[in-house]
Design a protein around this ligand. Structure first.
Ligand SMILES: Cc1ncc(C[n+]2csc(CCOP(=O)(O)OP(=O)(O)O)c2C)c(N)n1
Length: 171
């Protein structure tokens, strides 16, 4: 949602992208549900530190159900950038990787450069282990938060995409 959604969409929308708007904190929960329902698909959640901090219990729920097809990426810019840049708890020392690890996520990593991120992400996407990647990034946002795709349109398009997966798998 917010900056993350706008940045992703600016790279080029795809029918398998779902941008969570307004429901701050629920990206990881939504991704968990999708990963459990679609065990043959890799599900990638792109989260923000402020959002995850609002729903830390999601980490223990993810660990409990442990879907091996879920990759959880947190872009930790230590701020609520989308609403003005107020500092989050990670700016005061909260360690999201430590919380993810202690919650029972089997593979966790903190990365601080593009190269480290690339390596960690490729490993996670090619692997078969529930992974949380905490990527420390600068608090720099997109130029505009206006996206060209209406919320409902995204919802229906994504739903049709999920349904088409079922058809191509023969179910
Ligand atoms: C439940 C809820 N509370 C508040 C908001 C307003 N809001 C939208 S984005 C945002 C900040 C998100 O922070 P973070 O996840 O750290 O992402 P960033 O903007 O830094 O990329 C807030 C507070 C919302 N959309 N939903």
């Amino acid at each position: 949602m917010g900056a993350v959604a706008a940045e992703l969409q600016s790279l080029g929308h795809r029918p398998n992208f779902f941008y969570l708007q307004h429901a701050m904190g629920l990206a990881s929960s939504t991704g968990l549900g999708l990963a459990l329902c679609l065990p043959n698909q890799k599900v990638v959640v792109i989260d923000g530190d402020g959002s995850l901090l609002m729903n830390l219990g999601s980490l223990s729920t993810m660990a409990r159900y442990n879907p091996k097809n879920l990759v959880h990426v947190v872009f930790d810019n230590q701020s609520l950038l989308s609403v003005g840049g107020f500092p989050t708890a990670t700016a005061a020392g909260t360690d999201l990787e430590g919380i993810a690890r202690a919650s029972g996520i089997p593979h966790t990593v903190t990365v601080k450069s593009v190269e480290e991120f690339k390596e960690a992400f490729l490993k996670a996407i090619r692997g078969i282990e529930l992974t949380s990647i905490i990527a420390k990034v600068e608090a720099i946002g997109p130029k505009t938060y206006v996206t060209g795709l209406a919320l409902l349109e995204n919802r229906f398009q994504f739903q049709r995409h999920i349904q088409s997966l079922g058809k191509s798998a023969g179910s």
